[in-house]
Every structure is written in structure tokens, then in C-alpha cells.
Ligand binder design. Structure first.
Ligand code: ADP
Ligand code: MG
Length: 297
């Protein structure tokens, strides 16, 4: 993917403050689901800015909920164990040993790091996996071959969501806590499933009827064939971009989740550039648009 254009510079601070009031008023008490991924998750300065944004949004009366990814961290843990991750059609093949690595890296390490960062910024974060409070139920994902649907790939403990029970998230947010969720679901026999974090964030936003779904990533947004940013996308345009291969890899589940959420009543769905410091504040509290807005029609 050709990413040539420079990212916009953050707007003048006084300007931002002057613009913020109507947005604070509009979004007071509203739920904001944030998918935290990409570079914003690995660069220390961006991590700190992210945590500050989450705390600020909470302090002005919004209800931010964080769902995190962790692909690079899982990859490096697997490498340390001499294991190499393998992928079929963009999905990580998750055998039993890989699943236990996924679980301890996401829930034990990445999630707790985020909880620590938010708390250091003055918030009260609580880490959860899909097992906590029965939050995310899942079953094994059946994945047909993309060229020959009669053939099914076995990719192990990769799950698809069957149900979300948001009670625990609601209880926490009503109590001034900020939920930080690892994308792990559990099945009928209490087995664990590795679920793409974009899909968890999107489904959670739908179930909670969130005001906004913000997906932070490692690129400016959805790009066209020439590497130009697409600032708005409808379901029909998305179908065409998937069809001709312009949208591929990790952008596929992200866009699938985004369009699902937009169609299911989440008011604003944005894929935004996690490499821009404080991009969330800029997106929520200023007039300026960042990244790609996904529209249902
Ligand atoms: P994350 O889930 O952490 O945000 P992913 O790597 O899963 O990151 O997904 C983002 C990646 O999707 C981009 O870095 C880019 O390589 C890829 N991608 C594929 N098609 C597109 C597209 N049309 N526009 C932008 N990124 C795309
Ligand atoms: Mg991804």
C-alpha cells in the first residue's frame, strides 16, 4: 500500500478548546467504543497520548470503552518460543499452544499495560477478557476456501462471536471505570477463542448502540489504489473496493466490522490514524475530520 501524503498537523490549541464545547455537550453520557491497535499501541509517546485522551473523554462525561489488538506482541512472543505464526486468508492459525500464548500475551501483558497507562494518566481502568462477566460468547469459526467454498480450512481456536452480554461493561462505566477488553471469547465448554479485535469492537459498539466507533490503525485511513485517503465510504463503495482487491489483509475485518456497526445503528464509525498524537481528541472534539468515515448508505 502506497502511503505518500503527509498526515495533517494538529490544529492550533486555542482553536481546539474553543471548538470543543458543543462536542462535549453533544456527547455527554454517550458511549464511545475505541479499537486500539497499530502503531499507537507500540510507540511510548503515542501510548501516553492515547491514555490521556481516554481519560479526558471520560472526565468530560463520555463513556469510552477500549478494545485492544496485539498482533505484533503475539508474533514476538511466539518467536521467543521458537514458534512461527502462520496465516490462512489473513487469519492466524491458532493451535492449542498458540492459543495459550495469545491468551497470556493479550490478557496478561497487553491489556494490563493499557490499564496501567490509563491509570497513570488519572483514570480508573479495569481489564476484562470475554470470559469476565460472560461478556463474549464464541464458537469455532468455519472458514471456507475463498476460491473453492466446498473446502473448509481448519484454523484452530479462531472464534466468531455468538453473543455479547454487555452487563459487566455497563456496570463498570456507570461506576466511573473505563473497561479495557481483550478480544478473547469463550465457548460452550469454556474453551477460549481468539477473535479479531476489530470484530469485537464493532459488535460491542452495536450491542451498546454506541454513539461512535473509532478504529485506530497504523495508516491514514482507507486508501484508494493510488494511495489517496478516502474520507468517506458507503457500503456500496466498500463492496467494490473489496471486490477489486484495493481493500485487503487487516483492513478487511476492520471494514467488515465498521460497515456492520454503521448499518446497525452506531451513529459515527471512523477508521483513524493512530500515528497522529491525540487523534482521538481531535476527532471527537474538533470540526476537523480525520481518516475515513464509514456510512451505511
Ligand atoms: P490494525 O488492526 O492494528 O489497525 P492491520 O495491519 O490489521 O492493523 O490493518 C491495517 C493494514 O491494512 C494497513 O497497514 C494496510 O497494510 C492494510 N490495508 C489493506 N488494504 C488497505 C487499504 N485499502 N487502505 C489502507 N490500508 C489497507
Ligand atoms: Mg488488525
Amino acid at each position: 500500500m502506497n502511503d505518500t501524503t503527509t498526515t495533517p498537523s494538529p490544529v492550533d490549541p486555542a482553536e481546539v478548546l474553543a471548538q470543543a464545547l458543543p462536542y462535549i455537550r453533544r456527547y455527554h453520557g454517550k458511549t464511545l467504543v475505541i479499537k486500539y491497535g497499530g502503531n499507537a499501541m507500540t510507540d511510548p509517546a503515542l501510548q501516553k497520548a492515547f491514555a490521556e485522551d481516554v481519560v479526558l473523554l471520560k472526565l468530560v462525561g463520555m463513556n469510552p470503552i477500549v478494545v485492544h489488538g496485539g498482533g505484533p506482541q503475539i508474533e514476538s512472543a511466539l518467536n521467543k518460543l521458537g514458534k512461527k505464526g502462520s496465516f490462512i486468508q489473513g487469519m492466524r492459525v491458532t493451535d492449542e499452544e498458540t492459543m495459550s500464548v495469545v491468551e497470556w500475551v493479550l490478557a496478561g501483558e497487553v491489556q494490563q499495560d493499557i490499564v496501567g497507562l490509563i491509570n497513570a494518566a488519572g483514570g480508573k481502568a479495569v481489564g476484562l477478557t470475554g470470559r469476565d462477566g460472560g461478556l463474549i460468547r464464541a464458537r469455532k469459526l468455519r472458514m471456507p476456501d475463498k476460491d473453492n467454498p466446498a473446502v473448509e480450512h481448519d484454523i484452530g481456536q479462531v472464534g466468531e462471536i455468538t453473543a455479547i452480554d454487555p452487563a459487566v461493561v455497563k456496570a463498570l462505566q456507570d461506576d466511573q471505570f473505563i473497561p479495557v477488553i481483550s478480544p478473547i471469547g469463550f465457548g460452550e465448554n469454556n474453551e477460549s477463542y481468539n477473535i479479531n479485535a476489530d470484530l469485537v469492537a464493532a459488535k460491542l459498539a452495536t450491542v451498546l448502540q454506541a454513539e461512535k466507533l473509532l478504529m485506530l490503525t497504523n495508516i491514514r485511513g482507507v486508501l484508494d489504489r493510488q494511495g489517496q485517503l478516502l474520507t468517506e465510504l458507503t457500503a456500496r463503495q466498500i463492496d467494490a473496493l473489496v471486490e477489486d482487491g484495493t481493500i485487503s489483509g487487516g483492513m478487511l475485518p476492520k471494514i467488515a466490522g465498521a460497515i456492520d456497526a454503521a448499518k446497525s445503528g452506531v451513529h459515527a464509525v471512523h477508521v483513524i490514524d493512530g500515528r497522529v498524537p491525540h487523534v482521538m481528541l481531535l476527532e471527537v472534539l474538533t470540526d476537523q475530520a480525520y481518516g475515513t468515515m464509514i456510512r451505511s448508505h
